[in-house]
Design a protein around this ligand. Structure first.
Ligand SMILES: [Zn+2]
Length: 141
């Protein structure tokens, strides 16, 4: 049992001893001409740390430029979509094209969309019933 304990090499890799071991190992490798190995390992570690950060920042930048929020031109439901894509309004089922300015209804070329402005509701009175009743009976001939 004692012979087994002598053969074990134990390193205390906690706290500052861990960093001293890493720095000492890097210095030792650099001293024997394997500095390129240390540099490549450090570069690999930097890439492992920086790649997710750069991907996250790039994805946010891309989404800010390409995510369009607007409303459906037919039913005014709030919509979100990617620029230069086509979608269907989930509320009314209208096919829509997503432009930088917002959502636009897909229509055949030459179709004009008209937007009604200041429409006033007017009560419709049936005047034909009154005129028929007021007419003399012989005037129909
Ligand atoms: Zn709609």
């Amino acid at each position: 049992m004692n012979q087994l304990n002598f053969r074990l090499i134990q390193l205390n890799l906690s706290g500052i001893g861990c960093w001293l071991t890493v720095i000492g190992l890097a210095w030792l490798l650099g001293a024997i001409g394997l500095g390129w190995l240390v540099k490549s390992v450090v570069l690999l570690m930097l890439l492992l740390v920086l790649t997710p950060v750069l991907l996250f920042v790039g994805l946010r930048f891309w989404l800010q430029r390409n995510l369009i929020r607007g409303t459906c031109p037919v039913c005014t439901t709030a919509l979100t979509g990617l620029q230069a894509a086509e979608t269907v309004c989930p509320s009314c089922g209208t096919p829509l094209t997503i432009l930088t300015t917002g959502f636009e209804r897909v229509a055949e070329p030459g179709t004009v969309d008209v937007v009604a402005v200041d429409v006033v509701a007017v009560d419709v009175v049936d005047t034909t019933a009154e005129t028929d009743a007021n007419l003399p009976s012989g005037s129909a001939n």
